[in-house]
Design a protein around this ligand. Structure first.
Ligand code: ATP
Length: 362
């Protein structure tokens, strides 16, 4: 295992800037996730680290040693792909042994290491099966075994769970994390699934249009998003427009006082973000408690989904606000168009500049 340092990395495809000035520092043994929507540059970054793409500028080091000019097979990184990329015509054992054979590892040691790694991924009993005799989750574990058997310094994983069904994804993500921790192998993981990223990582790096938006612990990414893009992508927040009037911030819709914080310039539009789980919904017009803001809205839809009810409502100025809360029969019984109050504690609001990647102000 090794630390990874990336500085000033830039990658163009013709005129498309796929990566723009990427700077990343990953401690040895960490699980580091690149998270972002389709096209944000995650795969390009991973493949550039692996040596499958040349960068246009910047450097990549493992344990302080630059690797960016080395060919892929000399970089000491292992890669696990979304589509497993295992050979269909040879057995599980032979698939896993493949990289060791190429490295001309002696037979006895090769057998020992393959057996050891198959145990780690819990496929010992499947060693002589052919890939088509395995489930998707088992095939992906073969992919993982094949990557780790050569003991790379860094493990790169490109959406390894996305071809699996939902249940298996959840099981396998816990298992992947356990194996990664046991081996202590520095891992860079790509996903567009925010829940997967939050559940597995030491650090989540959110990307958008080839630019890192924020790299922080899962809790900080979720609770303290650095800008509006991160808040949108990770917290599923609703956004409400605010007007600054002298030293007070008021909701544009309904005019409720939101904060005394002196944020932004007089007349500038700001937005505040609300996560669905901190929004309480009540029928009718409710007077806000001292530490709360009550947002008047009209119910668009309420879905009872067992543990929770999901409520969508629209403010007078058309903002869609979403709440996920404990089921309340009085709310579930309401007809669309009914007046509701969406109540939130002032402390649970975050304030941003009003643009796609607008900075967090408080
Ligand atoms: P996804 O989750 O869909 O795989 P991603 O975040 O991994 O997306 P990349 O595949 O890294 O994104 O692509 C980053 C940008 O570079 C996109 O705008 C994409 O269209 C562009 N791109 C990727 N590969 C090429 C290529 N070979 N030629 C030209 N443009 C490319």
């Amino acid at each position: 295992m090794a630390s990874v340092d990336i500085t000033g990395l830039r990658k163009l495809y013709g005129d498309v800037v796929a990566l723009s000035d990427i700077n990343i520092s990953i401690p040895s043994g960490a699980f580091y996730t690149l998270l972002g929507p389709s096209g944000c540059g995650k795969t390009t970054l991973l493949r550039t680290i692996a040596g499958f793409h040349d960068q246009d500028a910047g450097s990549i080091s493992l344990d302080g040693n630059p690797i960016e000019t080395l060919p892929a097979h000399r970089r000491d990184v292992g890669m696990v792909f979304q589509d497993y990329a295992i050979f269909p015509h040879i057995s599980v054992r032979e698939n896993v042994a493949f990289g060791l054979k190429q490295k001309k590892v002696p037979r006895a040691e090769m057998d020992r290491r393959v057996t050891e790694v198959l145990d780690v991924v819990q496929l010992g009993a499947f060693a002589d099966r052919m890939p088509h005799e395995l489930s998707g989750g088992q095939q992906q574990r073969v992919g993982l075994a094949r990557a780790i058997v050569v003991r790379p310094k860094v493990l790169l994983m490109d959406e390894p769970l996305s071809n699996l069904d939902a249940r298996l994804r959840v099981d396998l993500r816990a298992e992947l994390r356990r194996i990664q921790k046991d081996l202590g192998i520095t891992t860079i993981y790509v996903t567009h699934d925010q829940e997967e990223a939050l559940a597995m990582s030491d650090t989540v790096c959110v990307m958008h249009q080839g630019v890192i938006q924020q790299a922080a612990s899962p809790l900080d990414i979720y609770l303290m998003p650095a800008n509006r893009f991160v808040a949108t992508f990770v917290g599923a927040n609703s956004f409400l427009a605010l007007t600054r009037d002298t030293d007070q911030l008021r909701l544009t819709s309904g005019g409720a006082l939101v904060s005394h914080k002196a944020l932004g310039e007089q007349g500038e539009t700001l937005v505040c973000a609300v996560r669905p789980e901190v929004l309480r919904v009540a029928p009718g017009e409710v007077q806000a408690a001292e530490d709360e803001v009550s947002i008047p809205a009209k119910l668009s839809n309420v879905s009872f989904i067992g543990r929770e009810m999901e409520v969508l409502a629209r403010t007078d100025s058309g903002e869609v606000v979403k709440s996920l809360a404990r089921p309340d029969p009085a709310v579930i019984a309401l007809d669309p168009g009914s007046a509701v109050s969406m109540c939130v504690r002032r402390d649970d609001l975050a304030f941003f500049e009003d643009s796609e990647t607008g900075r967090r102000l408080a």
